[in-house]
Design a binder for this molecule. Sequence first.
Ligand SMILES: [Zn+2]
Length: 349
Amino acid sequence: MSSVLIDIPTLQINGNDLQNFLRFIYKHEKLLKDFGAIKVQANIDCKLALKKRPKNLPLNPIMKKIIKINENINIYSVQTIDHINIYSVQTIDHINKSSQKYFGKTDENTFWSSLSSSNNEQQGLNTSLSSNTSFFIQRTSSTYFDLHRIPNQSLLKLGGRKLTNQFVPCVKRAQGPGAIFPLMSARQHLFSIDYHHEGGDHHWYIIPSNQREALQNLIEQQNLSICLDHGQLFIDPSVLDKNCIRYHRIIQHPNEFIVLSAGTLTQSYSEDTSWSESISFALPSWIEDGHATISLLPCQCHVEQNCVVDTIDVALFKQELIQKYITSYLQTTANDETSVFTGSSFCWL
Ligand SMILES: [Zn+2]
């Protein structure tokens, strides 16, 4: 794969497969690993356990802005907005409004060039997060897809309820055009699923885990020691092009899933206000390919925020238990067929 410009593959899923979404993902894991992510579109027969009432959550905006690290390169670091005081809500509101003024047009070229040229203006992220919140209803009927169920259907179930109860959906809100979700990976480099509920399209940039080292080197060349995993950076894709760091794009529309492979780094922006939701999970390769153990060292972000992050004990995942899990939950019958669209081409797997 030499081109940096190919979109990630888009797969169609039917109602039956969505009832066992992880088996479907496992079946297409090679594609998922190669690209770092896949997009999944639900067929008309798919039933989702979604709340019907209009979406409305009292969310506080993330008090962060992005600043270009230096004049010569379009890499932005994410910084906390200073002077938090009684005026802070008005301040962030002002910053976010001025960001929206720039991002009235959110096609890709306009977005990145506006960001680059608005160097002296403060750019707020204009996003909010709400952990342990969901627009999926927790139902008993398994014919309806419910995002809450994913962790307990995944390899994490080997750690029992004590572990899987830690994994809950997180609702993400884009407050306006050009809202930014900076560079992140899932907790302890897990897999994750992101569902777009409604609103503006999301433009994703996906960096597969095998490109981490090249990206880390690029950041270090700028004399920076910034973590790649916890929303500290936002990188103009032209910088990735110039430095031959392979990445893939995708536009996520409402009602589409993006599935991210273990260790994948992503960043995105939204064309307009939107609601989306994500959850983390594990497949056997999270252990087998060493993703679970790579990220065990505490990161500077946690030290600075004075927060303790529980590490998942990899000793829970014994080889014979993983094998039993694969046989019981992931293996598929031989004659399943799925149609796959990659860009404009079409093939049967
Ligand atoms: Zn970090």
